[in-house]
Design a protein around this ligand. Structure first.
Ligand SMILES: [Fe+2]
Length: 474
């Protein structure tokens, strides 16, 4: 829209008074041709403005003077009152100051970039000079095609009542020439599913096209997938983890209670979910832990307490290798998350850093090893509508991608028709599902699917070490 990518030089030229006068010209409160004499008149009435770059102490008086000397019929037509005019000038000046340090970065890929060129400010020379010297720099930020389209009017008037309809015509033309498919802005209906897709991670190296085709279906339509051959998640490694979990939860109840969350400032350690009353009661127990960190201060918000803090690890001689194996697992989870983020970015045709920038440099995570109890005749009577609560129905609220390994089936995902679909146990497989944060970031292109754990599907102990890799809030 007639602005070059590099604007610092111009923003430094614009002192407070000029920002105000420019805004008046944009609003047609007096003609562009009179802006010079208006500046001279203001400086005559307020001589202290001559050397003032920042907002002067007499700003309110100056704004009122300019307001009073503006085209009153135009102000009425705009229904613009003095307080709103004053606020607008302050916002415009703040934006101008921000532009003094603005460095353009990034690039447009996979789409046509159109630069609309009006008659520039007098100080920028002719339109052709402005295009050659300034606007053409946009080419440095386009990895696809780009074009310059002349539009009617001057910099201040290209969107005025006189020129707006011809501008709209040229804008429609540019959209029509866009490289994007015409229906790209309209989300396509989700394909339904009656099974969770199993995706061979090694296809990324051997057949990228096939890999991304399968990932696209998993991310956009199902919201779930199971990766096999993901590096660091070999079946033997997973079996050893499940065995350690089995040993942990087979320790005497008193031993487990000594690691209880009730004694932990950050609620890390062991807890039972089957003794909870109400909606979150579940036929399960769990051991919460995360990256070993010092306790946050006493006045830290509750969510930070849950993110950070020391763990209650079992003694090494009580449960040899437990801690080191869990820490290895979560380093693998983090590595996989970073890799999958990069794959997601490739799928979306955006730079890798778009998602990875949300991840802290430290391998922070929150984690729980869940132990889902098998169904027994005693608890069977609590089943309703084919469901016995191992985990309540939910979508993951605060993750991009949740990854988990499971010793057996029991997890279910709800398809678009409302039918529960079993997530099978695949030896050496890693289940992943979209969290609501990633769904929001992609505008719903990726789907966060409702899921639950159904104890009716669990006939013997089910262990699930899972991790939520922490990302920065946004
Ligand atoms: Fe979940």
């Amino acid at each position: 829209m007639n602005l070059p990518p590099h604007i610092q030089f111009r923003m430094h030229e614009l002192v407070w008074l000029e920002v105000m006068i420019n805004l008046c010209v944009f609003l047609a409160l007096f003609p562009d041709g009179e802006s010079g004499s208006m500046i001279a008149q203001v400086q005559e009435h307020f001589p202290e403005l001559l050397s003032s770059d920042s907002e002067p102490s007499c700003a309110t008086d100056v704004i009122k003077w300019v307001f009073d000397h503006s085209d009153q019929a135009r102000l009425d037509a705009l229904q613009l009152k003095l307080p709103d005019f004053e606020r607008w000038i302050r916002v415009a000046y703040d934006i101008s100051c921000t532009g003094r340090s603005y460095e353009p970065s990034g690039s447009v890929r996979g789409a046509l970039t159109t630069i609309f060129c009006a008659i520039p400010l007098h100080s920028m020379g002719t339109r052709e000079e402005f295009k050659a010297d300034r606007l053409s720099k946009w080419a440095d930020f386009c990895q696809g095609p780009y074009e310059m389209v002349d539009v009617d009017g001057e910099h201040y008037t290209m969107l005025s009542e006189t020129h707006v309809s011809s501008f709209a015509e040229r804008l429609r033309g540019a959209i029509g020439r866009s490289q994007l498919p015409k229906d790209s802005a309209i989300p396509r209906p989700k394909l339904d599913f009656d099974a969770i897709p199993i995706i061979d991670f090694s296809l990324y190296s051997s057949d990228k096209g096939k890999y991304f085709q399968q990932m696209q279906y998993a991310l956009e339509d199902v919201g779930f997938g199971i990766l096999v051959n993901a590096p660091g998640f070999e079946d033997t490694f997973q079996k050893e983890l499940f065995s350690l979990a089995d040993q942990l939860f087979n320790k005497p109840q008193e031993w487990r209670d000594e690691l209880g969350t009730s004694t932990s400032y950050s609620l890390r350690g062991y807890f039972r979910a089957d003794t909870i009353q109400g909606h979150h009661k579940a036929f399960a127990e769990a051991y919460r832990f995360g990256l070993e960190m010092p306790s946050p201060p006493a006045d830290a918000p509750f969510w930070l307490r849950l993110h950070e803090g020391p763990n209650q690890w079992p003694r090494e001689d009580d449960l040899p290798r437990f801690r080191s194996m869990m820490e290895t697992l979560f380093q693998q989870y983090r590595n996989l998350n970073i890799t999958l983020n990069e794959h997601v970015c490739q799928l979306l045709n955006i730079p890798n850093k778009v998602l990875n920038d949300f991840f802290p440099s430290k391998a922070e995570f929150n984690s729980a090893i869940w132990h889902y109890f098998p169904v027994t005749p005693e608890i069977l009577s609590e089943a309703q509508d084919g469901f016995l609560q191992g985990m309540h129905e939910h979508r993951d609220p605060s993750t991009f991608l949740t990854c988990l390994i499971q010793s057996r089936a029991g997890l279910q995902a709800k398809n678009h028709a409302g039918t529960w679909v079993d997530v099978p146990m695949v030896p050496g497989g890693v289940v992943f599902n979209i969290g609501m944060q990633l769904m929001k970031l992609t505008g719903g292109k990726f789907v966060a699917t409702t899921h639950r754990v159904n104890t009716l599907k669990i006939d013997t102990d089910r262990f699930v070490p899972e991790a939520y890799i922490r990302h920065d809030d946004f």
